[in-house]
Ligand binder design. Structure first.
Ligand code: NAD
Length: 417
């Protein structure tokens, strides 16, 4: 059984793909462990005058192909193991979409909804000080993830720049446009999920127009995915967040739901829906596509056995456990893997970093075209590997490409010293 958490899940996925790639044993061993993980202790003066000490991490998984790249997450379930898994997935993602980056991830164990904006700012700045010796435009470039956004990236950029003595916009991506953020970054991950979903429907020979879609998570990724799929003619019949799920078999009014969330502190709660269901119900609805866009390990064996969707598109990182993936494979339900489906975010982060490095900016159309081109090429490469090598599923096909590319980089660079 491999329902032991994200890191076991990621390692099992690597082992599964190994059968289909020719990688030196020593290199494969190197690929299984992060290069380094820093743990930082973060004392923060709270609004009531007391001091609370938080714990944060930055895991740098692999840099054979370029500087480390990966988001920062603020969430109570953040752990050293979770950031290692997420950093590993970043490594395979950047390799799969062929960006000149390695993979990293960071996080702070906290419940941001219980903190004031001032407390979050102090925590972010103290964390940045804690990890600043290991980040930098040529070393490791953080970005947003769960519960972090443009605001958070601006604080990180400012704190890092204060130590350097000059503005360093290219130390983070996902910044506000006013300080070097790119057009299209906020929407990039959801836009990528929509592009990949469209490609998937085309591959499966079904029509996205009129298709029923259920989306778990209505944050940055889930809400943009819902809006763009709605615009492409899909019927978004269910969406959810931590407060529960909304369901309307005739299709939700995505614009109205988004407007409600914007006025309601980011929560779906209180929206006047046709029906209310649980997150578990949402995962097992009879829909054309299920899009988990919240957290890891939600599609378990139990859920996979009851799942009725025709395809799963993984917008979240690691939403399907290794054993659940086996059940879905057995049942003939394709799963479009996270390392492809949510790669739009890191692609546009790359474009932001390139623009910052050149002190130049591109129009939204150019950014979106580049995003779409890179994702569709990676999708086609994944399908070609899947069909060519007699590989059991799409994730394994994607991993063969990512592992081969990363292993080749190690092969060329050799083993220091
Ligand atoms: P977010 O914080 O903006 O939103 C998360 C959403 O998930 C919220 O609606 C929250 O209420 C919901 N949620 C949390 N726990 C839940 C639960 N147990 N059940 C149901 N819903 C729950 O985060 P995000 O940036 O949208 O990230 C979502 C996922 O996408 C994560 O797995 C993240 O790693 C992945 N991802 C994000 C980006 C990005 O650019 N933001 C890029 C690639 C992958």
């Amino acid at each position: 059984m491999t329902e032991g958490g994200p890191l076991d899940n990621m390692l099992a996925q690597m082992e599964q793909a190994r059968e289909y790639v020719d990688i030196d044993d020593g290199i494969f061993e190197r690929l299984k462990s992060p290069e380094r993980t820093l743990t930082v202790s973060l004392p923060v003066r709270m609004d009531d005058g007391s001091v609370e000490v938080f714990e944060g991490y930055r895991c740098q998984f692999d840099s054979a192909r370029g500087p480390f790249k990966g988001g920062i997450r603020f969430h109570p379930t953040v752990s050293k193991e979770e950031v290692a898994a997420l950093a590993g997935w970043m490594t395979w993602k950047t390799a799969l979409v062929d960006l000149p980056f390695g993979g990293a991830k960071g996080g702070i164990v906290c419940q941001p909804k219980e903190l004031s904006e001032r407390e979050i700012e102090q925590l972010t700045r103290r964390y940045t000080e804690g990890i600043r010796r290991m980040i930098g435009p040529e070393i490791d470039i953080p970005a947003p993830d769960m519960n972090t956004d443009e605001r958070t990236m601006a604080w990180i950029m400012d704190t890092y720049s204060m130590y350097q003595g000059y503005a360093v916009p290219e130390v983070v991506t996902g910044k506000p446009p006013e300080i070097g953020g790119t057009a299209g970054r906020v929407e990039a991950t959801g836009r990528g999920v929509a592009v990949v979903t469209e490609e998937t429907f085309e591959y499966l020979g079904t029509d996205l127009d009129g298709a029923d879609v259920a989306i778990q998570g209505f944050g940055n990724v889930g809400s943009v995915t819902a809006r763009l799929l709605d615009e492409r003619g899909a019927n978004v019949v269910a969406v959810s967040d931590v407060t529960g799920a909304l369901y309307d078999p005739d299709g939700l009014d995505v614009q109205a739901v988004s407007a409600h969330v914007a006025d309601n502190g980011g929560r779906l709660e209180g929206y006047d829906a046709e029906e209310y269901v649980t997150n578990d119900d949402l995962l097992t609805l009879d829909v054309d596509a299920l899009i988990p866009a919240a957290i890891e390990d939600v599609v378990t064996v139990d859920v996979a056995e009851r799942l009725q969707a025709d395809v799963v598109v993984e917008a979240a990182n690691g939403p399907t456990t290794f054993d659940a993936a086996a059940v879905l494979r057995e049942r003939g339900v394709p799963v479009v893997p996270d390392i492809l489906a949510n790669a739009g975010g890191v692609i546009v982060s790359y474009l932001e970093w390139v623009q910052n490095s050149q002190q130049y900016s591109w129009e939204l159309e150019e950014v979106n075209r580049d995003l779409e081109d890179r994702l569709t090429s990676a999708f086609d490469e994944m399908l070609a590997a899947y069909e060519r090598k007699g590989i059991p599923d799409l994730r394994t096909a994607a991993y063969t490409i990512a592992l081969e590319r990363t292993a080749e980089a190690h092969e060329y660079r050799g083993l220091f010293p």
